[in-house]
Design a protein around this ligand. Structure first.
Ligand code: R5P
Length: 281
């Protein structure tokens, strides 16, 4: 087996190859004058571990091309971050179920799929091949421990994220709770006051995705007003759309961390270990 990755997942791909002690294939990319993408991958083995987050449309097209380029081998597709997974319903007439459209397109030519903390687990059923989701909760727990906070309170910014926060809190032996969130627009979120007593607490807000940072920036402000001693933010997928990282970094948060499912300078913990373990199973 060899590891092949698309351009924006090359660091994570290299880490996974190292963890599995298998070769990493170098691929080349270019864009034609009309904007179409081109790629060429190196020599393949009988089995390919194809690693590609699809945080942007270019990565999604590269992945479709890469699946075709690797089709002489049996492909296990690792989607560390699956873009479009949040459109998991037809909210209004005429809309696509985008997660289903992407899952179906990516199923063609691969034999199994591994995702990391996919936003909505039911999306896995849209793949036409066996699909498994794995969780970065243990790695995030270790990172939170390294902050050296005194009995941190692990807070989910909404009910939907409560299960993930509870998983982290359970591993760490910490207290957990969630806040209630109302989305006012694509970028604005209001966090309603809740029963959580934030006073003098070190708080770590955990979520699967930070996109614009609106959810966590508002939560952090509210918690600081309620007297929290420190507020940290930790997520699996750091999308940081529309200046999201700067929005959070300027909002009084003590730290902002994400994994390398989307590679950036904020990547503080790696998904390589759990992906390598899932592949070995
Ligand atoms: C949504 O339910 C997700 O879990 C995140 O809370 C959301 O994607 C964060 O978006 P933003 O950073 O734009 O507030």
């Amino acid at each position: 087996m060899k590891v092949v990755c698309t351009e924006k997942s090359q660091v994570l791909g290299a880490k996974i190859a190292k963890a599995l002690k298998i070769p990493l294939v170098y691929s080349q990319y270019k864009t034609f004058p009309d904007g179409e993408l081109y790629l060429k991958t190196g020599s393949l083995d009988k089995e390919t571990l194809l690693v590609s987050s699809t945080a942007d449309n270019t990565s999604l097209v590269q992945l479709l091309l890469m699946i075709d380029a690797c089709d002489t081998s049996e492909i296990t597709l690792v989607l560390p971050y699956m873009g479009y997974a949040r459109q998991d319903k037809r909210f209004n007439d005429g809309e696509p179920v985008s997660s289903r459209a992407v899952a179906r397109a990516l199923s063609s030519g691969v034999s199994r799929v591994i995702t990391v903390n996919i936003h909505e687990p039911t999306v896995l059923s849209h793949f036409r091949v066996p699909a498994t989701d794995i969780s970065l909760a243990p790695e995030m727990t270790e990172w939170i421990r390294s902050l050296g906070c005194d009995e941190p309170l692990i807070l989910a910014p909404d009910k939907g994220a409560a299960r993930f926060a509870a998983d982290i809190a359970k591993i760490g032996g910490w207290e957990t709770d969630h806040l209630s969130k109302t989305r006012l627009s694509g970028e604005e979120v209001r966090i309603a006051p809740s029963a959580v007593d934030a006073k003098d607490r070190d708080i770590v807000i955990t979520d699967d995705i930070i996109s614009t940072g609106g959810t966590l920036a508002t939560a952090a402000e509210m918690l600081k007003e309620a007297g929290a001693r420190s507020v940290h933010a930790a997520c699996v997928h750091g999308v940081f759309a529309s200046g999201g990282f700067a929005r959070l970094a300027s909002s009084g948060l003590a730290s902002v961390a994400a994994s390398d499912t989307i590679e950036s300078a904020a990547s503080a913990y790696s998904a390589a270990g759990i992906i390598a373990s899932a592949v070995r199973k």
